[in-house]
Design a protein around this ligand. Structure first.
Ligand SMILES: Nc1ncnc2c1ncn2[C@@H]1O[C@H](COP(=O)(O)OP(=O)(O)OP(=O)(O)O)[C@@H](O)[C@H]1O
Length: 626
């Protein structure tokens, strides 16, 4: 299935992560997506998978819109993709979602596990959560290929795999491609994937910097260097040898390089200081066997190196492999460079890959405008003590509210504060949705009355006072949660902690372990967004098993149930890692420490503190009057 990506733009909370991307992914081909971290690879893969809709532009699958059954994606972190109690059930979940008949599932599961090198007998009944990192990754891939998709998307598939596992994964991917599957791989592992690639796409700051075959990229180090990437070792060695006239063409892989070197004996030259007896003809493979990847030494120096360690590897190199005469540049390759801040669409040079001189200087590539001061940035500059003051005062005032009017006043104030912090609606809805659903349920429960209902809906009786009281309690809780959300969204860990430690310092004289308390509170508060982030990753992964499209945003009871165990495991292991990290850094609450954030009180902080006091007094007056 071919894929056409047209003018795709994607934003996270207003921040552009993908900028008018245009790409064609060939049917049955393997496209390698590379770029420095944060360049937008994972985001583009998610958009291609159809799991997240682009803000603008479109993705077309074959001749039309996406059928959820034909696209599979494996995410970067395997631990956020496994849900079921056994390996078998985990793969079966995806098959069930894709309506594969129960009778055909065992065979498909056995095949999929076999393809990724996990023996069915050994693994099918094991818990996915107790597998090693590499085994988890292979299981995720097995889950993705079990239903025979037409497009397979892999994000960093070789990360965390040992060399043998990585090699068998590469062979598996090559096999899938041979069977006509269209594959897209986002990776930093250029060494492994360039030799397999039909097309390479280099991303830089959310734009496509290069798209075309791997050959021109490996022939010209400046092309990848400009995008912040390094050539694979085989290409660096190949280039050095070509420059010295020791190799005819550019090798397309390590195996090709070794094969060519074995077939092309390189005459040794007498190097300075080399005894004449050492001057003899020898295979270049021998010479290079122990040379460093970047070949920084002169040719003569590498010639004197003796081949020992890599001899078995050389022996297994395919001798028939051919090397292209020179890295000629196909017309389809294109390099894109945006030179000014407004050149978002990027001027594209579709003709030929330019010689190194034509490659734009790093300083001129993808220049971005100076960031505007956003509401979030303004909030972040506010002294954390002011925020703590607001948090504590408003929490107390909200807890003392027992009628609708002050609650409405507090809700209006909170809404105003959230929008002044530039927190997008989408993010707020994402944050509040699970709470609203849970609280609605609690509200209904608290309104039920069996003995003397004031009104009934079907068989259920409700009391008016229970309904009102329940509504008020739930509104109070939602406001408190909203306050915490505003606080953690606009305050990073260090200021939050320093501010709290300052505020509770006097309690230290009464024996309170001030530093422990502030550390615990700041970690707990920082944990909330982390947990929500993990939850949304888990939901995305679950949706990728087949529940996609219009149902993406819904939380079904089964989903909630499936997500609970992995989420709990993630939280426990994160807690474990955090406590080990704190211990390993020699944390001692009695020792004096250097503050990680210097508290500075400005005039704006005084204005903010006075406004908080006035607003809290007004809300308190409203609650008393009501
Ligand atoms: N959930 C998110 N919320 C906000 N910003 C995000 C989110 N995920 C990614 N980003 C931002 O979007 C940009 C692109 O991120 P993305 O994960 O796509 O990059 P990447 O090239 O895959 O990086 P890596 O190689 O490190 O995985 C980055 O600036 C990142 O900080």
């Amino acid at each position: 299935m071919s894929i056409r990506i047209q003018d795709v733009t994607f934003r996270y909370d207003g921040r552009t992560a993908l900028d008018t991307i245009c790409l064609d992914l060939p049917e049955g081909g393997l496209t390698v997506l590379c770029g420095v971290t944060g360049s937008g690879k994972s985001t583009l893969l998610r958009v291609i998978s159809g799991l997240v809709p682009p803000a603008a532009g479109s993705v077309t699958y074959g001749d039309g819109p996406r059928d959820p059954g034909v696209v599979s994606i494996v995410f970067q972190q395997p631990e956020t993709q496994l849900f079921a109690g056994t390996v078998y059930k985990d793969i079966e979940y995806g098959l069930e979602q894709r309506k594969v008949p129960k009778a055909s599932r065992p065979e498909l599961i056995r095949n999929a596990l076999g393809k990724v090198g996990l023996a069915y007998e050994e693994f099918s009944e094991r818990s996915p959560f107790l597998l090693s990192g590499g085994e988890k990754r292979r299981l995720c891939i097995a889950g993705a290929i079990a239903a025979n998709p037409q497009l397979l998307i892999l994000d960093e598939p070789t990360a965390g795999l040992d060399p043998q596992a990585a090699q068998s994964l590469l062979e598996m991917i090559a096999g899938l491609k041979q069977n006509g599957l269209t594959v897209v791989v986002g990776t930093h592992d250029l060494e492994s994937f360039f030799p397999l690639a039909d097309q390479v796409v280099v991303m830089s700051q959310g734009s496509v910097y290069y798209s075309g075959p791997a050959g021109p990229l490996t022939a010209d180090p400046a092309l990848l260097g400009t995008a912040g990437l390094e050539l694979p070792a085989y290409a660096r060695i190949g280039n050095t040898l070509r420059q010295r006239g020791l190799l005819a063409g550019q090798p397309g892989s390590t195996a090709e390089l070794l094969a060519a070197l074995r077939e092309q004996p390189i005459p040794r030259t007498a190097a300075a200081g080399t005894p004449p007896a050492a001057v003899r003809s020898s295979s270049a493979a021998d010479s290079l066997a122990s040379a460093p990847a970047s070949v920084p030494t002169p040719a003569s120096a590498s010639v004197t190196a003796s081949a020992t360690a890599s001899a078995p590897a050389l022996a297994s190199a395919p001798s028939a492999a051919s090397i292209p005469a020179s890295a000629s540049v196909p017309a389809s390759a294109s390099v894109t460079a945006s030179t000014t801040a407004s050149a978002s669409a990027s001027a594209s040079a579709p003709a030929s890959v330019p010689a190194p001189a034509d490659v734009p200087a790093p300083a001129t590539i993808h220049a971005k405008p100076a960031p505007k001061t956003t509401g979030t940035a303004r909030w972040q500059r506010l002294d954390p003590r002011v925020k703590w003051l607001g948090m504590v005062l408003f929490s107390l005032v909200i807890l003392g509210m027992h009628s609708l009017l002050p609650l409405l006043g507090a809700a209006a104030l909170l809404a105003g504060l959230l929008s002044s912090a530039d927190i997008s609606w989408r993010r707020m809805v994402w944050f509040f949705r699970p709470f609203v659903i849970m609280f609605l349920f609690l509200w209904i429960l608290s309104s039920l009355s069996w003995r003397s209902p004031d009104f009934s809906i079907g068989p259920l009786g409700f009391s008016t006072s229970g309904f009102l009281q329940g509504g008020i309690s739930i509104s109070r809780f939602l406001l408190l949660i909203g306050l915490g959300f505003l606080f953690t969204e606009t305050t990073t860990g260090s200021p939050l902690r320093e501010g709290l430690e300052w505020a509770i310092a006097p309690l230290g004289k009464l024996g309170l372990a001030v530093r422990n308390v502030s550390l615990a509170v700041s970690i707990t508060l920082q944990f909330v967004p982390w947990i929500l982030g993990k939850l949304s990753q888990l939901q995305l992964a679950l949706n990728s098993r087949g529940r996609q499209g219009s149902r993406l945003k819904r939380w079904t009871p089964r989903q909630v149930f499936l997500l609970l165990v992995p989420l709990l495991i993630l939280v426990i292991s994160m807690g474990d890692e955090l406590s080990s990290a704190i211990e390993s850094r020699g944390y001692d609450p009695r020792k004096k420490r250097t503050p990680s954030y210097i508290l500075v009180w400005r005039r704006t902080d005084t204005v903010a503190a006075v406004s908080i006091l006035l607003a809290a007094a007004l809300l308190r007056w409203l609650s008393l009057a009501g």
